[in-house]
Structure formats: C-alpha cells, structure tokens
Design a protein around this ligand. Structure first.
Ligand code: S3P
Length: 428
C-alpha cells in the first residue's frame, strides 16, 4: 500500500518511459525482419517484457544492454521455432493478440495464456477473422477467451470489417496478413492507433491506409532498421493532468510521442480550458514526438464521444480524474470498450472515484462526472488495473489528508519509475 499526500506544487522537466505500443511492435517486427534491429528508447514496462520473453521462446535472440538499448536478431518471416512451453502474456493484451496473428501463419502449434485479467478479455475479435484467413485456433468458450491453442496454417488474404475499433485486433490481422500471399483489406468502425501500419511501411512492407481502412500485401521482405521509440503519451498523460490540477504547477515533458491517433486527450483538455503547449516537434519513421508544456489551469466540463474515443482510449481514467476537478459536468460516451480492458474501467472508475467523494454515474457506454465537489481521504484499490492505480495517485495530490492506494507495484505494468518521477516533481 502507498500513501499519497497532497502536493503544494509540481515543477520540473521530465521524460517518461518509451512508448509501450511501439516497443511491442518493434520487438515483434524485429523478430520477423531480415537483419539486426537496434531499438533505443525501449520501454522496460512489464507488458513489453512479456512480448520479449515470448519471442525468445520462439527462438529469437534478443540482447538487452544496461542502458536499455535492445538488439533483436531478426529471423525473417519463416524463422520462428516451435515453443516448448506455453507463451505467457501476463496482463498484456497487446502481447497476446499481436502474437496470435503472427502464430497463425507458422508451421507449428503454440499455446498462449495470460493472467486472471487477460483470461477474461474477449478474443473473438481476432479469432474469428483469423479463422477466416485459414488459421486453426481453439480457446475457451468457442475460442473467445484465452488460453488459445494455435496451429499455424497456410493463410489466405481476407477482406474484413472489424466489429470493434481496436488497434490490437487490426494489428493481429495485419501481422497474419504478412503470411497470406495477396492483398488483405481491413476496415475498422473508427480509426485507431496506426503504429503497426507506420512501422510496417518504414520496414518495406507494401501497405496503404487512410481513415478506418487499411490494405497490405502478403509475404514482404521486412528490412531491419534502427528504431527510436519516443516517450509514451499514455504515461505522460498522468503528469499532464497532475500539473493541471495541482496549483502553481509548471511542467515540461520532453520527447513524448504525439501521433495524432494517440493524443486525443490533449485536444479534450485544451477544450476544457487547459494551458498546454506542444513544441520542438520532430518525426521518426512517421511517428511525431515533441515537448509538452503544462501549467495549472481551471478546467470546465465537456461532452465527448465518437471518433475521439479510440484516440484517448487509455486516457479515460485520468480524464475522469481531471473531470472531478473541473467546473460542471463531463460526459464521456461511446466508450463501452472500457468494460473489457484490464478491468471493467467504467465500473471500477465509478466505484473508486465515488469512494473519494466524487459524484459520478456509470453509463452503459461511458461516464457522467459532476465536477467541483469536495473530495475526501480514503483507502482505495485500483481493481488490479495499473492505469487506475496511477489515476488515483494523481487525484490524491489534491485531496486534503491524502489517500492510500493498494498494490502500487501495478504501475510497473506500463510505467516503470512512476512513483520516483512523481516524488521528483513535488515542491514542498
Ligand atoms: C493498444 C491498443 C489499445 C490500447 C492498449 C494498447 C495497442 O487497445 O487500449 O493499451 O498497443 O495496440 P485496443 O486496440 O484493443 O482498444
């Protein structure tokens, strides 16, 4: 358990760990590429380590040096070997879903499993289209929940409309499509993060995409290239909101990924009245990054829904915290996907923020948050969800008497060093 006391002010210039989504993809594409892939800015998050261990079990040599530089010795599309053990993805949906796509096209059988949370997360969104491509996949409840058993087959291209806006599902199909000779086309209900598309293109795949539609040619030669991974916007989000709600704060976060499909939270916070500036914009392999400067601000409630939701899907917990400190009502709709994340985030947020005295209602597809009510000290659980633990910690910075949060170690799943960074910024 950890105690979070109120902060008088937050000040500093910081960096956050490398982007988690990009780290998973750099490792997986690195394994499938021809040649040696050097990755800098690699995230040491536990989720990314799961992908790394699974790839090692598939025969890929990956070296990690003490400065966090990672070297992957690519095996080419046909170089993976049958794992002797069950591949364990832990809490990481990205590991399990993306690897399921790759494993569908292999010439061996593999088994994928996860922790108690991941075993409750829906897999039909990948299993049904992968079966349409010819993959042989079994799993609990007709293949809709892990563990999954995948016997690789010769795959054929498909034309598929995804039923949910999910970058993990889209990426699983794109990775399987690498093994399917011909043109695969995937449509998504709303555009989601496009890191897989950008990285595949940078590595030589023939791939095209525009809002909500993506096509890829199978059997490319993926050429190894060095990868630089910018800071994780989803990690920066906690400190952005912290600086907004703690009085007299001024924070600069350098080298943060600013891919438009990820930075929806910035747009929403700015519309709520936040003082946020973006500077020193740069680009690497199609990925934008730069410095985010934030000053404490008075926020007002807002209504959001539709296309912005996938662009801030992981930031809803911390947005809900910002909304508690905003004047008026914030309504988040079109976010039913949050029920099937690491926890049921709509239910968990409604429960744990109400414990703090927050006035909020769980809606079938979102939350209604009545901002500006006084909050109170409490002992909270983050429902086993790393993003809830960090969101509660940020709320605690503005609660008289502070709060206590159980399982602080969960932050390591996506944000190693979260607590140290938070301590470093406090001016007492
Ligand atoms: C991710 C996609 C998102 C996000 C997750 C990481 C990715 O999930 O919530 O944390 O790296 O592709 P969905 O695509 O399933 O919404």
């Amino acid at each position: 358990m950890i105690k979070i006391t109120p902060a008088k002010q937050l000040k500093g210039i910081i960096r956050v760990p490398g982007d988690k989504s990009l780290t998973h993809r750099a490792l997986i594409l690195g394994a499938l590429a021809e040649g040696v892939v050097e990755i800098t800015g690699f995230s040491q998050a536990k989720d990314c380590a799961r992908t790394l261990y699974c790839l090692r079990q598939l025969g890929v040599q990956i070296k990690v040096d003490t400065h966090g530089k990672v070297v992957v010795l690519g095996k080419g599309l046909g170089g993976l070997v049958e794992p002797q053990q069950i591949l364990f993805a832990g809490n990481s949906g990205t590991t399990l879903r993306l690897l399921a796509g790759v494993l569908s096209g292999q010439s061996f059988t593999s088994f994928l499993n996860g922790d108690a949370s991941l075993r409750q997360r829906p897999m039909g969104r990948i299993v049904f289209p992968l079966r349409k491509m010819g993959a042989c996949i079994q799993g609990r409840k007709g293949g809709t929940y892990p563990p999954l058993a995948i016997t690789g087959k010769s795959l054929k291209p498909i034309n598929h409309q995804l039923s949910v806006a999910s970058a993990q599902a889209k990426s699983a199909l794109l990775l399987a499509a690498l093994y399917a000779p011909g043109w695969t086309e995937i449509k998504e209900p709303l555009p989601t993060r496009d890191h897989t598309e950008k990285m595949l293109k940078a590595w030589g795949a023939k791939i095209e995409w525009y809002a909500g539609k993506c096509g890829i040619e199978g059997l490319p030669h993926l050429k190894a290239r060095p990868v630089f991974i910018p800071g994780d916007f989803s990690a920066a989000a906690f400190f952005i909101v912290a600086a907004l709600i703690v009085p007299h704060s001024h924070l600069k976060i350098e080298g943060v990924g600013l891919n438009p499909t990820r930075r929806g939270l910035l747009e929403v916070l700015q519309a709520m009245g936040a003082s946020i500036k973006v500077a020193e914009l740069k680009e690497t392999a199609g990925e934008m990054y730069g410095t985010i400067e934030v000053k404490s601000s008075s926020l007002r409630g807002i209504s959001i829904g539709g296309e912005i939701i996938p662009r801030l899907i992981d930031e809803v917990p911390i947005l809900a915290v910002a909304a508690l400190f905003a004047e008026g009502i914030t309504e988040i709709r079109g976010a039913a996907e949050l029920k099937v994340k690491e926890s049921n985030r709509l239910r968990a947020l409604a429960k744990c923020l109400s414990r703090l005295g927050g006035q909020l209602e769980e809606l079938p597809d979102g939350l209604r948050i009545h901002g500006g009510y006084p909050l109170q000290s409490a002992l909270c659980s983050g429902y086993g969800d790393h993003r809830l633990v960090m969101s509660l910690a940020i709320a605690g910075l503005r609660i008289k008497g502070g709060i206590k949060v159980t399982h602080p170690e969960l932050t390591e799943i996506s944000f190693p060093g979260f607590w140290d960074l938070l301590a470093e910024l406090r001016c007492e």
